[in-house]
Write a protein that binds this ligand. Structure first.
Ligand code: SAM
Ligand code: ZN
Length: 275
């Protein structure tokens, strides 16, 4: 059986034309050794765990291993299945990019619903990408900053941006003509059972995405917005994971007093095109 690194090298060589050097934006070559070298001789290495580190300087992410493990468990429990199904339906084309992909489950599950898809995930947090490469070796996982992304212009048919910060200039640069950006933002009822118990009567109890929607509409054409809302049962064993998976949970003081038997996903799916 091929090692994770060997699978990643093959995959990267096959899809080499998507990538550029994040330092000088020149073309790169993926060598058999696993080195990715640009025409200016900047070099990046495919790690043994099967991902590529494209960071040009180390950054301290606020997201640690525990957060991604918690997200993985919650996503595996099926809480986001309906969202992933809808995202797979809304996607267009073959080349998919997930920006701020975290531990990779959304992209992996969307990819499974789109046979033939060639999927790339990028996240600034190495811990997220390590988890993604561990669980989903067939996809291409990059540690990188959206502000300096290692992708050639006009490379992707669909860009996902799920519950993560965006960089619209970069999205426009790497989107193919006719390509689509799909951004998922929390809506007012997102995880409301958790917020009601944790932050009763404080402003954190409600959530507004108005500014994000306005900016998205200014940045893209043919913008469509659809709301997806559902409530699913939750086992008490998953409550600590829910508290761990979002920065909101970190600020809750009496964590062991939180009792939940259901949880609501309420999100807005914004999609837009270049023209
Ligand atoms: C709340 S998490 C969401 C992760 C994943 N999309 C999910 O829904 O499980 C936000 C993610 O955005 C990533 N992120 C933040 N700034 C970034 C940047 N400049 N470039 C790439 N990723 C970034 C974080 O590291 C984090 O994994
Ligand atoms: Zn270079």
């Amino acid at each position: 059986m091929l090692s994770k690194r060997a699978v990643c090298i093959q995959n990267m060589q096959y899809n080499q034309s998507i990538f550029i050097c994040p330092i000088c934006a020149r073309q790169v070559q993926v060598e058999d050794s696993g080195a990715i070298v640009c025409t200016n001789n900047h070099s990046f290495d495919i790690a043994k765990q099967g991902y590529i580190n494209f960071m040009t300087r180390p950054v301290q992410s606020m997201y640690a291993k525990e957060l991604f493990e918690a997200r993985h468990e919650i996503i595996s429990s099926g809480l986001y299945d309906a969202l992933q199904t809808r995202l797979a339906e809304l996607a267009v084309g073959v080349h998919l990019l997930d920006t701020g992909c975290g531990e990779g489950s959304h992209l992996a599950r969307i990819t499974a619903k789109r046979p033939g898809a060639i999927s790339v995930g990028i996240d600034i947090a190495k811990e997220g990408i390590l988890a993604a490469a561990k669980f989903y070796p067939g996809l291409m996982w990059c540690v990188g900053d959206l502000a300096k992304s290692p992708y050639k212009k006009e490379s992707f048919d669909t860009i996902f941006n799920i519950l993560s910060p965006a960089n619209y200039e970069e999205f426009k640069r790497v989107l193919k003509p006719g390509g689509k950006v799909i951004k998922v933002v929390p809506h007012e009822g997102y995880l409301k059972e958790l917020r009601q118990q944790a932050f009763a009567h404080s402003e954190k109890e409600s959530y507004s995405n108005e500014e994000t929607v306005v900016r998205f509409k200014e940045s893209f054409k043919q913008v469509k917005a659809e709301r997806l809302t559902y409530t699913l049962p939750l086992t008490q064993a998953l409550v600590p994971k829910l508290l761990e998976m979002t920065p909101m949970g970190w600020h809750i003081e009496r964590k062991n007093e939180i009792m939940l038997n259901e949880i609501t996903v309420d999100v807005l799916l914004l999609s837009g095109m270049m023209e």
